[in-house]
Design a protein around this ligand. Structure first.
Ligand code: NAD
Length: 411
């Protein structure tokens, strides 16, 4: 990515607590950039509208001008957006991801010392979720019970496709369509494997429910293995290759497969069924470093893993198209209308998304400044109300005070 010294960064403030956390996180990121590069580099913030603020001033929730700004400047950041009720819009976030074809939702999961965690060894958690962002049941192809087109769809299934035996179709049924493509799966898995190689992470786990949904989730797994074994033949060793070598000799051993990959200085690519993964990631989080999965699984997995390290309030995220370079970094939580404007919002998710953005721009020194300062702030147990309630002998800070504390630690 060619980045000017003063890149224009379009930002969506967001609804609810959006204003609180956006103001706080911009202050922190600006301080880190100034500390790292003096006056040589600077983020030029440019507000673009979406959500309630956009609707009030333009009559549209996601104006074309906003999309144009993200297309023009490539890299942007956003606060949470309320999903409008009615008006034919399912979700502004989904619309944004689909319009800009941001096919990767990347969520790193790392623990900060001092933050309460439900697991015994949170310091061993270092996971990176690659969630496919444009396909799956999220495509919004649904047929509602009682509508004429639903009846037609049912008629098509039963009379044209001859699907009568496996499922009962009572009256008043609703349907959803789950598109999973080879191209869509491959570009997501390619990005996940490359990420593991670049960061020298030991494994990529393909999470799927292919035992049940064979032609969609099962295909995702098979396409993933095919891609890994051809495009990355010299850099990865797959569980499928190990199975082919070892299956005749007796019991398969995941540990041995990992050792074999390590010996050859390769990343192991393996697969796990979603339900087993949800259990295994809690019991053995260190067995999974990069996780590649489809949209709906990715949604569930992201929140479960976030809970292991303190919840969505401190989990960052990014939506990226690695081919065009478009990237929008975002808070992973919602608009929290119950605490908007009260000073209770935790800005960490958006600040850490900002850290991901700095890394994406190649501004690693600034990213490290923020990360280290946050680590220090949490270690001193100075936190916002969501964490204060769970952390013994912690000091309660407002959103602004928390941001100021991080800035003090940067200096
Ligand atoms: P939510 O994440 O807004 O709130 C869930 C709970 O977590 C609430 O108790 C809230 O107070 C708390 N919380 C969330 N973020 C917090 C933070 N930073 N600091 C402290 N506490 C925090 O989820 P919800 O209530 O289900 O959704 C509210 C709205 O947000 C809905 O309109 C939903 O569609 C939207 N939403 C948007 C996004 C997004 O923009 N990426 C994501 C999820 C939900």
């Amino acid at each position: 990515l060619k980045v000017p010294d003063q890149p224009i960064i379009p930002f969506i403030e967001g609804d609810g607590i959006g204003k609180d956390i956006t103001t706080a996180s911009q202050k922190v990121l600006d301080a880190a950039v100034a500390k790292a590069y003096g006056s040589k580099r600077k983020l030029e913030w440019k507000e673009v509208l979406a959500g309630g603020k956009a609707f009030n001033s333009t009559g549209e929730y996601l104006p074309e001008k906003t999309l144009e700004a993200f297309r023009e400047y490539l890299v942007g950041i956003k606060g949470p957006l309320e999903t409008p009720v009615g008006g034919g819009i399912r979700s502004l976030n989904v619309a944004l991801r689909q319009t800009l074809d941001l096919y990767v939702c990347l969520r790193p999961v790392r623990w900060f010392k001092g933050v309460p965690s439900p697991i015994r060894y949170p310091s061993m958690v270092d996971m990176h979720i690659f969630r496919e962002n444009t396909e799956d049941i999220y495509a919004g192809i649904e047929f509602q019970s009682g509508e004429e087109k639903t009846e037609k769809f049912l008629d098509f299934l039963v009379n044209e496709m001859g699907i009568t035996t496996q499922i009962r179709f009572p009256e008043n049924s609703s349907f959803g369509v789950k598109p999973i493509s080879k191209d869509g799966s491959e570009r997501l898995i390619r990005a996940a494997i490359q990420y593991a190689i670049d960061r020298r992470l030991p494994s990529v786990t393909l999470v799927h429910k292919g035992n049940i949904m064979k032609f969609t989730e099962g295909a995702f797994k098979n396409w993933g293995y095919d891609l890994a074994e051809t495009e990355f033949a010299n850099q990865v060793f797959t569980w499928r290759q190990y199975q082919q070598i070892e299956s005749e000799k007796g019991q398969l051993d995941a540990q041995k497969a990992l050792e074999q990959a390590k010996k050859e200085d390769k990343v192991i690519v393996k697969d796990v069924i979603t339900d087993a993964f949800l259990q295994d990631s809690l019991l053995h989080p260190y067995d999974h470093s990069v996780i590649a999965t489809m949209n709906l699984n990715g949604d569930y997995v992201s929140d479960q893993l976030a809970a292991m390290v303190g919840g969505i309030g401190i989990s960052p995220g990014a939506n990226i198209n690695y081919q065009s370079g478009f990237a929008i970094f975002e808070a992973t939580h919602g608009t929290a209308p119950n605490i908007a404007g009260t000073g209770k919002a935790n800005p960490s998710s958006l600040i850490l998304s900002g850290v991901m953005m700095l890394e994406y721009l190649g501004w690693h020194e600034a990213a490290e400044h923020v990360f280290d300062a946050m680590e220090h702030t949490f270690a001193k147990r100075r936190v916002t109300s969501d964490l204060h309630a769970m952390m013994e002998s912690s000091t309660l800070l407002s959103t602004t005070e928390f941001a100021d504390e991080i800035i003090r630690n940067i200096h």
